[in-house]
Design a protein around this ligand. Structure first.
Ligand SMILES: NC(=O)C1=CN([C@@H]2O[C@H](COP(=O)(O)OP(=O)(O)OC[C@H]3O[C@@H](n4cnc5c(N)ncnc54)[C@H](O)[C@@H]3O)[C@@H](O)[C@H]2O)[C@@H](O)CC1
Ligand SMILES: Nc1ncnc2c1ncn2[C@@H]1O[C@H](COP(=O)(O)OP(=O)(O)O)[C@@H](O)[C@H]1O
Ligand SMILES: [Mg+2]
Length: 286
């Protein structure tokens, strides 16, 4: 077990190169939000944009379009019931499942289009549908972000056993291709290659709807910009709870949208630590 520490995040969030443009920071496609759960994709998208993804497109139920545009003018919107072939092809990272409800054909279409080089983050309703319909993972770089009930459904590990590392590894052995597992709870664990990382920050001020949707958007935004994928996921998980913990000093609950608003300033502080540690290198990049 490795403590998911500040340094793991600080090492990956580095200053941006002066001659870069949006194409260097990845295109995220978010697929989710049925007619009742559009807020989930707004929270995904807000977190992905604030994390610094170069471009963000949301494929969703069209009843969500005006709300998304009103909240997030940075984001492009399309109907998740149209052919998603081109949209998936253009994406570096696809996040599917937050607020997706029971839109099985949307899930199957994305699974059919994704390729082995792309990152696929699977959250919320997509995990529940995979369990209900016995779907396998597609061939992609997969990150699963279940809460405890979703992991019980898909990984078939009873919630009571999920604090036991071995029980989760046993379930992971049977899942191909091997995903990165972010098992969310009051003591979130990340299973990555042969290691389990334990988050020791965060708290019950995070127990509010949309908190996981915000995390999923951060994972997508970080995965779009920072390589390799594993450390990017760890950094997103750490920053999400570190921001919440900071906000909790002055707030009884830390709303997901407030966490998203605080992401750029928090990332800037971590990037400045890189400059302080390595001033010569950074100067050469200017
Ligand atoms: N504003 C929105 O549009 C929101 C949309 N949401 C979406 O709604 C869909 C359903 O997700 P839900 O998680 O609400 O419903 P689920 O039915 O998938 O999970 C909730 C059930 O799991 C149980 N549970 C046990 N341990 C838990 C744990 N550690 N964390 C959470 N639940 C635990 C709860 O008691 C409850 O019975 C997802 O796609 C999700 O992304 C939610 O994120 C809430 C906000
Ligand atoms: N008591 C708690 N302590 C720390 N983190 C918590 C606590 N309760 C919830 N969280 C965090 O909030 C998020 C909840 O995710 P999830 O249940 O998927 O939310 P939603 O689907 O409503 O967006 C996870 O990141 C989880 O770790
Ligand atoms: Mg969730």
């Amino acid at each position: 077990m490795i403590n998911l520490s500040h340094n793991l995040a600080a090492n990956i969030i580095t200053p941006r190169k002066k001659d870069s443009f949006k194409g260097n920071y990845g295109h995220v496609l978010i697929v989710g939000g049925n007619e009742n759960l559009g807020g989930a994709v707004i929270m995904n998208a807000q977190a992905a944009v604030q994390s610094g993804a170069g471009l963000v497109t949301v494929a969703t139920d069209m009843s969500n379009k005006t709300a998304i545009h009103a909240r997030l003018p940075e984001v492009m919107v399309m109907d998740f019931r149209q052919d998603l072939t081109k949209a998936v092809q253009k994406a570096d990272v696809v996040l599917i499942g937050s607020g997706l409800g029971e839109e099985l054909s949307v899930l199957q279409n994305v699974f059919a289009q994704i390729n082995a080089e792309q990152t696929l983050i699977i959250d919320g309703s997509a995990i529940t549908m995979m369990a209900e319909h016995n779907l396998s993972l597609p061939n992609a770089q997969v990150v699963l972000t279940p809460h405890q009930m979703e992991w019980q459904r898909f990984g078939e590990v009873p919630i009571a056993n999920q604090s036991m590392e071995d029980a989760n590894w046993e379930a992971l052995v049977n899942i191909k291709p091997e995903p990165i597992l972010v098992l969310k709870s009051s003591a979130t664990q990340v299973y990555l290659e042969d290691d389990m990382y334990q988050l020791s920050i965060g708290g019950p001020y995070q127990a509010t709807g949309g908190m996981g949707d915000t995390l999923a958007g951060m994972v997508a935004g970080f995965a779009a910009q920072f390589k390799p994928l594993g450390p990017a996921v760890l950094a997103a998980v750490y920053c999400h709870s570190a921001i919440a913990e900071e906000l909790s000093k002055k707030a009884y609950v830390t709303l997901p949208s407030k966490i998203a608003e605080a992401i750029p300033a928090f990332m800037q502080r971590l990037a400045e630590e890189t400059v302080a540690k390595d001033p010569v290198d950074t100067k050469q990049e200017e």
